[in-house]
Structure formats: structure tokens, C-alpha cells
Design a binder for this molecule. Structure first.
Ligand code: ASP
Ligand code: MG
Length: 425
């Protein structure tokens, strides 16, 4: 008998029929003798609708006219999960399973005060553990908690993954099963490369990079939490027929286990290829090359919360001037340009150039730590296809290249094949 947290995303609870299907999954695990807690998202599209409603409301005066009261935002957008948790509890009860719904404040899931993007600080699992011991299923509304101000908080978009992993840690669960609309984590996006393979296992660290670098399976924060608390996280499909799945202790269901590196027997050099669109590149040309110049550029950008990612510096021939190239999300480009123009004199650049709509393609694998020349293989392969690389960054277990977006598909497929990730037919 195990203690498991099951999480179902928006598409899995998109309508009453699917909620009923989810209930069958839950009942199956419960009938197998496991202690079960469930975390649900709002119905697909619901949170977007709620966010839209807030955005259509008049803005609050006195805050520059550009903000909403974040506490009220949270109170509104958290409501989608209240509905699905209640509906799932009823569906379970109708199948003869003892079930009770829980909102964040009832547990409580305590967060910090960053309304709209709050972080979980503590979850009191006592009551739920007690009830699970008596055979009751806890159905928990994801995405929400309660702040120190005693008001509802939300964890940022996609936050119910984080709710699930944090709950699993608090309940000392043996596993956190993330049921979603795909049957696991793939070597790359199968919509771009049909030869992508489902991974049986991936390490926390690799998954963290995959999620941060564009793979959309899990919220980045949830993977961080899973890594810190060592929560075995299993990504699997909610569309599999609940009646055909074996939940016995030695069953091997289809999906991807995110686990400790030491639990992976066959370590690959490269595990996956991720991509992120909507990157902008900014180049400041002929900046004086002297101490403090980076600070004069990136300090003001940081103060305005512009997210700077890749940074490349190249020095001119006489060494007195340098070119500084870096990337920001497209959404931050206009703000970044404004900040840099305002600081033009202090920085001392001669020309500023920018390009929008670029793509960052990343290659990830823990095997890179012990293998030399992994990145060089990519550079050769991309060159052979005539793909120009605008910028490169590397770290211990990944490297990324910045490309024109028209090369996204070609680059992803080329790299997927050159590292031997293609499915063998
Ligand atoms: N319903 C929330 C959202 O759409 C949380 C989640 O789905 O994880 O962002
Ligand atoms: Mg989600």
C-alpha cells in the first residue's frame, strides 16, 4: 500500500464527462488499497476566462493606473479550482468513494504575500493524513493558498503542478502522479519531430532544464520543489482507459518518472531538445570596454524587471570598445529599449540594434558533464544545414543556441537526429 498524490490538469477535467473519467482513475488507485489525495486544476480555458474578466475591469487609480488589486485578482482566478474540486468530490461520492474537497485555506496551504505569483511556505498535512488513514480521499483545489494577510493567494499560471508536488512532500507521499494530456515527457516536442520518444525516466535536474528552456509539461517551480524534496514525480496520461490500468504494486504503467539521477541506469549523453520562441536580441555596438560597463547595462534593466537571458560580449580589434549582445523575452523588448535609451550616455554605446521573434533551441543531458565535444557536434550539424547561430550559451548539463525562428523545426529535428534520439521505426 502506498500514499499517492494524483494531479489532473485542465484538459483532464474540461467537462463533467472527463471529471467522471478522472473519478474512475482515483477510484482505481483507492480500490488498490492506496491512500489517495487528488489535486485538480480548473476546467480548461476557465482560468484564462477569469483572468480576462479581471483585465477588462477598470484599473486601480493611484497605482499608475496600470495595476489591479492583486488580492482581488487572486480571489477571482482561484475560483475555477473550487468548482472542479467540488465536482470531483461529488463524482467520487457517487461511486461509493468517501471523498471531501479542500480549498487552499482549509488545509491550510500557507504562502508568502506575493499575490498572483505566491510561493508555498508551509502545508499542514495533519488532518488530511488522518483522514486518508480512514480511507477518505482528499480532493484539493490546486493553484491556491492563503497569504499572511489571510487572503486567498495564487501560485502563478500552471501552479497546480506545484500544489501537487508540495502536497506530496507535505504528506510524505511515495509518489506524485501528474495526469495530463500527454503520456509522458518526450525527447522533444512530438508536434515538431514525430520521431520523438517518450522517456522512461529523466533526472530532476534535466527536467528542470527542459521545463525552464521551453518544454511545457510541468511548471518550472514544481520541478524545483520535486528536486528539493526528492518527490518521485510520474507524468502520465489521463486519457488512458481507467479500467485497463493495473495499479498493483509491481505494475509498470506508461509514463515518465522524474527521479534522482542515481535511479537512472542507462544514462544518455543527451536526453532532450527544448525550444522557446519569442526571444528578442539586443546588441549594443561600440561600448567602451572598461570595468563597470556590464553593470551600467544590466543594472538598470534588472531594476525594471527585464529578464535578461543569454549574454555575449565581443571585443573590438584595438580592445578599447566592445559589442554587448543579449536576449530578453519579446514581451520585454520595448521596455528594455526604453531603459537602454534612457541610459545611453552612462553606458556610452554608439549603436543599438534589436531583432524580435527569435527562437532559443537547447540541448540537455547530464551526460554532458563527462563528455567533451557534445556542443561541437551540434554546431557542425547546424552549419551543414546552413543555419546561422546568433548566440550561444553553455552550462554544465545544457547548451542553447539562438536562431532565426524560421529554422526552429529544422534545427530541432537536426539536433534530435544527430544525438541519436530518433525513434527507431
Ligand atoms: N488553472 C491554473 C492555470 O490555468 C492552474 C493550473 O492549471 O495549473 O494556470
Ligand atoms: Mg498545467
Amino acid at each position: 500500500m502506498a500514499r499517492i498524490v494524483l494531479k489532473f490538469g485542465g484538459t483532464s477535467v474540461a467537462d463533467l464527462e472527463r471529471i467522471h473519467n478522472v473519478a474512475k482513475h482515483v477510484k482505481r488507485e483507492h480500490d488498490a488499497g492506496h491512500q489517495v489525495a487528488v489535486v485538480v486544476s480548473a476546467m480548461a480555458g476557465k482560468t484564462n476566462e477569469l483572468v480576462n474578466w479581471v483585465q477588462t475591469m477598470p484599473k486601480v487609480a493611484g497605482s499608475g493606473g496600470s495595476f489591479f488589486d492583486a488580492r482581488e485578482y487572486d480571489s477571482i482566478v482561484a475560483s475555477g479550482e473550487q468548482v472542479t474540486s467540488g465536482l470531483l468530490a461529488i463524482a467520487l461520492q457517487s461511486m461509493g468513494v468517501d471523498a471531501r474537497s479542500w480549498l487552499g485555506w482549509q488545509i491550510p496551504v500557507k504562502t508568502n504575500n506575493a499575490h498572483g505569483a505566491a510561493r508555498i511556505e508551509d502545508i499542514d498535512g495533519t488532518e488530511i493524513i488522518k483522514r486518508m488513514g480512514n480511507g477518505q480521499v482528499a480532493v484539493v483545489a490546486g493553484f491556491q493558498g492563503i497569504g499572511p494577510d489571510k487572503r486567498i493567494s495564487t501560485l502563478g499560471r500552471g501552479g497546480s503542478d506545484t500544489s501537487a508536488v508540495a502536497l506530496a512532500a507535505a504528506l510524505h507521499a511515495d509518489r506524485c502522479d501528474i495526469y495530463t494530456d500527454v503520456d509522458g515527457v518526450y525527447t522533444t516536442d512530438p508536434r515538431i519531430e514525430p520521431k520523438a520518444c517518450r522517456l522512461d525516466r529523466i533526472s530532476f535536474e534535466e527536467m528542470l532544464e527542459m521545463a525552464s528552456l521551453g518544454a511545457k509539461v510541468l511548471q518550472v517551480r514544481s520541478v524545483e520543489l520535486a528536486m528539493v524534496h526528492g518527490v518521485k514525480t510520474f507524468v502520465r496520461s489521463s486519457f488512458d482507459n481507467p479500467e485497463e490500468i493495473d495499479s498493483s504494486p509491481d505494475a509498470r504503467p506508461v509514463g515518465t518518472l522524474i527521479c534522482d539521477e542515481d535511479d537512472i541506469v542507462e544514462k544518455q549523453v543527451v536526453t532532450g531538445i527544448a525550444y522557446a520562441r519569442d526571444e528578442s536580441q539586443i546588441s549594443l555596438r561600440r561600448v567602451p570596454d572598461k570595468p563597470g560597463v556590464s553593470a551600467s547595462i544590466f543594472g538598470p534593466l534588472a531594476e525594471e524587471y527585464v529578464n535578461v537571458d543569454m549574454i555575449v560580449q565581443s571585443v573590438s580589434e584595438d580592445g578599447s570598445r566592445t559589442d554587448m549582445t543579449f536576449t530578453v523575452p519579446d514581451a520585454d523588448l520595448a521596455k528594455a529599449i526604453k531603459v537602454l535609451e534612457a541610459n545611453r550616455e552612462k553606458i556610452g554605446y554608439e549603436i543599438m540594434q534589436s531583432d524580435k521573434g527569435l527562437v532559443k533551441v537547447s540541448v540537455i543531458g547530464i551526460g554532458m558533464r563527462s563528455h567533451a565535444g557534445v556542443a561541437a557536434t551540434a554546431f557542425n550539424a547546424l552549419a551543414e544545414k546552413g543555419i546561422n547561430i546568433r548566440a550561444i550559451t553553455t552550462s554544465e548539463i545544457k547548451f542553447s543556441v539562438l536562431l532565426d525562428s524560421e529554422y526552429t523545426e529544422l534545427a530541432v529535428r537536426t539536433l534530435h537526429s544527430v544525438y541519436g534520439l530518433d525513434k527507431v521505426a
